[in-house]
Design a binder for this molecule. Sequence first.
Ligand code: PEP
Length: 249
Amino acid sequence: MRRPMVAGNWKMNGDKALVQQLLGHFKSNIRAENADVVIFAPYPFLYQAEELLSASGIEWGAQNFYIEASGAFTGEVSLGMLKEFGCKYALVGHSERRTLFGETDEMCAAKVKAALGAGVIPVLCVGETLEQRESGVTEDVVGQQVKAVLELVGAEGIGQSVIAYEPVWAIGTGKTATPQQAQDVHAYIRKVVAEQNAEVAEKIQILYGGSVNASTAEELFAMTDIDGGLVGGASLKADDFVTICKAAE
Ligand code: PEP
């Protein structure tokens, strides 16, 4: 049995007051006993996350990082810095990083390797655009995104990571993939990993992301290969995120 996970990606949203309010609400209403719960907060709020979530059972992490340990990389943040603020997880290759900031499969693979080396669990995001889905190359695209990482870190490395399948056309659009559409791609991802190591494929948590909300979560999470969700917009709505976490338990 894989342990479910629900992760909230706040993207570049929020302020100190909202962080205080949301994390206070999550702390009081989410038990995180039967599912892993993680909040990906913007860097400046990681200090607050550590203060408010320590000992709550809810984990926190960063939405990005740079692969080097230190040096002349103005504007970047290292994994060591994230660990100082108690981050257990970090996102890698979110579609907004890939499309707006030019992150390639190779850069994402290097990030997964760096995170594993630093003892931070990478949540590797993969997914196809609408154009790619409509031209029938979803499996090729997603398969290549996963294989690029497998080539660098092997099945053992992927086995210490989490994968999030996030069809780009479903992110922030209100268009959720149907449970069957998501299930098909999750099963395919598991198959790609199984070609390297069947045991790792069976154990790895694969989350679905793309307009998950309080009413769609339950039927998505009920699918065999969907182990929970990576939630953007709805993770900024206090009650909705609690409902989504409950749906995963
Ligand atoms: C995301 O940011 O990873 C995401 C899935 O966003 P949303 O839930 O808003 O589509």
